[in-house]
Design a protein around this ligand. Structure first.
Ligand code: URA
Length: 424
């Protein structure tokens, strides 16, 4: 069936419900460039302003999946389970989590992205490991999943091409924030990837897409329902992203911190979230392993080394080190009251760890290392954080951003729950 794009736009603009046939047509016609960018931009804005019913979101997601290929993971004998995070600052959890859950007996197909703006990308982080490559063919992906049980790689061009095109358009038309479009974008890729189960880490706070728990809850509920409707066992955790995860924000520095976690150390919050997500993934995969014991046994580290080697990386090679560092110290005694995730994410970005445009390169060595976390006591003159970059001209702008993000007060802040809610 064929429609006039302008009629589809008018239906949504006026608060109507799109029919299944209209949705199937517009997503397909846009993928084939029959519907123009300016028409899809108008429709995306109408969706942002008017919303979509659950039935429209389900159909839109199905149309995005149908725009490309669906991977077949039936050659993998272990249960498959993936994790998706909506993105945050210092969020390196995929790095220790993927090999840990593989060491628990699951196969983890982790198709990841690159960073844009103040949030980092998993592929950018792993590319700081000498030799490691993000691009695998579908055959290599399935073979590594079968043989190693853990793969982190770039999504192939054939997976949900409608989403690739639409996401780039939303990025430049102020329409990223529409919950139906975020949910269908994420879930179309995860369902097309072929995973049997999925655990979502929906971030809430200054460093996240979703600034309020109410919005995060709505996004999580929408995605969990979409997953279930497509036969993927899906669970979501809402987790705090008001402050960075761990002490390292950047690329190589986050790899180093992840390796500390795999070695049995690392910051308490990174360990806590890794284990909380691993527990959910192991249960969703129908396994009975105890991730905390597996982490302590060293098997997750073995799995990490195998995963990095399988993609050409050398897990023993030294990581890149920045040419310039600057340490900021406390001006007075007190307690660290705030380390704002957004401010620290922007500082890391200014230092070169992130990119402003898709095609920009990133610096492996740039980033921020926190010496104090919220609640820590501090004395005047003690280091609060360290900025690292290869390009000294980036330091002043990053410094201005980071100094405003870290506050010291007379009294300690109250405790904050890292895992805020579970939505199943
Ligand atoms: N990540 C995605 O993959 N899609 C969105 O729309 C937002 C975040």
């Amino acid at each position: 069936m064929t429609f006039a794009a302008v009629d589809v736009i008018r239906t949504k603009r006026d608060g109507g419900v799109l029919s299944d046939a209209q949705i199937d047509w517009v997503v397909d016609a846009y993928t084939r460039s029959e519907v123009a960018d300016e028409q899809m931009a108008a429709l995306a804005m109408a969706i942002l302003l008017r919303g979509m019913t659950p039935a429209e979101i389900a159909r839109w997601t199905a149309a995005m999946i149908a725009s490309g290929e669906r991977l077949d993971l039936s050659a993998v004998s272990r249960p498959t389970v993936d994790k998706h995070s909506t993105g945050g600052v210092g969020d390196k959890i995929t790095l220790p989590l993927t090999p840990l859950v593989a060491a628990c007996g699951a196969a983890v197909p982790q198709l990841s992205g690159r960073g844009l703006g103040h949030t980092g990308g998993t592929l950018d982080k792993l590319e700081s490991i000498p030799g490691w490559r993000a691009a695998l063919t579908n055959e290599e992906f399935v073979a590594q999943l079968r043989d190693v049980g853990a793969v982190v790689c770039a999504a192939g061009e054939g997976l949900a091409p409608a989403d690739r095109k639409l996401y780039a358009l939303r990025d430049v038309t102020g329409t990223v924030e529409a919950i139906p479009l975020i949910a269908s974008s994420i879930m179309s890729k995860k369902i097309a990837e072929g995973t049997g189960a999925l655990v979502l880490d929906v971030k809430v706070g200054s460093g996240a897409f979703m600034k309020s728990a109410a919005d995060a809850r709505e996004l999580a509920r929408t995605m969990v329902d979409l997953g279930k409707a497509h036969g993927v066992a899906t669970v979501a955790l809402l987790t705090d992203m008001s402050t960075p995860l761990g002490r390292a924000v950047g690329n190589a520095v986050e790899v180093a911190e992840s390796v500390e976690v795999l070695a049995g150390g690392g910051p308490a919050d990174v360990v806590e979230l890794t284990l909380a997500l691993a527990d959910e993934m192991v249960a969703a995969a129908g396994l009975h392993a105890d991730p905390a014991r597996v982490l302590g046994s060293g098997k997750a580290m073995d799995s990490w080394r195998a995963m990095i080697r399988a993609q050409g990386g050398n897990p023993e090679a030294p990581l890149p080190v920045a040419r310039e560092t600057e340490t900021v110290r406390a001006e007075r005694d007190g307690y660290v009251s705030t380390v704002d995730a957004f401010g620290i994410g922007v500082a890391a970005w200014r230092l070169g760890a992130g990119r402003a445009r898709k095609e920009d390169p990133v610096s492996a060595a740039a980033g921020v290392v926190l010496h104090k976390k919220p609640g820590d006591p501090v004395r005047a003159g003690e280091p609060l954080f360290e900025l690292r970059t290869d390009d000294a001209s980036r330091m002043p702008a990053a410094l201005a951003e980071a100094v405003g993000a870290v506050l010291v007060a007379e009294v300690a802040p109250g405790p904050r729950a890292l895992v805020m809610e579970r939505i199943a």
